[in-house]
Design a protein around this ligand. Structure first.
Ligand code: GRF
Length: 209
């Protein structure tokens, strides 16, 4: 339930190491946090995020995209796993598959992503390298609702992170990742508490205490 009285049931999608998943696991360990992780689903059987979830006693499933002939068949299984777990709010956390517009439509307004740049700057792959190439002095991270256009949906929250002289894509990525770990739980809290209202391309956020 998003914005309701019970805890919001999160479904977290991972493809890799899962450090943002870990930040959500840690946040959910606080009894006052308005969400709980109902399921972690990976498209890769070797994703490090699966072990993190298992260590926290969270149900995991693998929907390996390589086992399905079509994107639609893969997504049907992904959707079924999330429905079965009773997921209210879907959170992509380093999930590296592009999803079809029809899958995304089924989760419209209930699907978040974290991206390591200040969107709309540097969408897509290698955003930290894109930031270095552009010579910006400030980059950051964004949590936004997922829409059919990649990295383009209504923005819930952002944090600015300085780009330092001598940064490589790796050092910048590490600095941004630290901020992601604080930002994602904060954004999930706002959505789970019903403080976020989407109007067209914008998400209006009620940050009152
Ligand atoms: C993060 O930088 C996230 O913003 C991007 O992919 C990375 C995933 O890292 N979408 P992790 O798997 O959460 O550690």
């Amino acid at each position: 339930m998003v914005g309701g009285r019970g805890k919001c049931r999160l479904g977290v999608l991972v493809s890799g190491r899962g450090s943002n998943l870990q930040a959500l696991i840690d946040a959910c360990a606080d009894p006052g946090f308005p969400a709980t992780i109902a399921a972690v689903v990976s498209n890769r059987p070797d994703a490090g995020g699966l072990a993190r979830a298992q260590a926290a006693g969270i149900a995991t499933s693998v929907v390996d995209h390589k086992l399905y002939a079509t994107r639609e068949a893969f997504e049907a299984h992904l959707h079924a796993a999330l429905e079965e777990a009773g997921v209210d709010l879907l959170c992509a956390a380093g999930f590296m598959r592009v999803l079809t517009a029809s899958f995304i439509a089924r989760w419209e307004g209930r699907f978040l992503n974290v991206h390591p740049s200040l969107l709309p700057s540097f969408p897509g792959l290698h955003p930290q390298q894109q930031a270095l190439d552009a010579g910006v002095k400030v980059s950051g991270c964004t949590v936004h609702f997922v829409t059919a256009e990649v990295d383009a949906g209504p923005i819930v929250a952002q944090v600015a992170v300085p780009v330092l002289e001598g940064d490589t894509a790796d050092t910048l990525a590490a600095r941004i990742l630290n901020s992601e770990h604080r930002l994602y739980p904060r954004a999930v809290r706002l959505v789970a508490e019903g403080r976020v209202r989407i109007e067209g391309a914008r998400a209006h956020v009620d940050e009152r205490p």
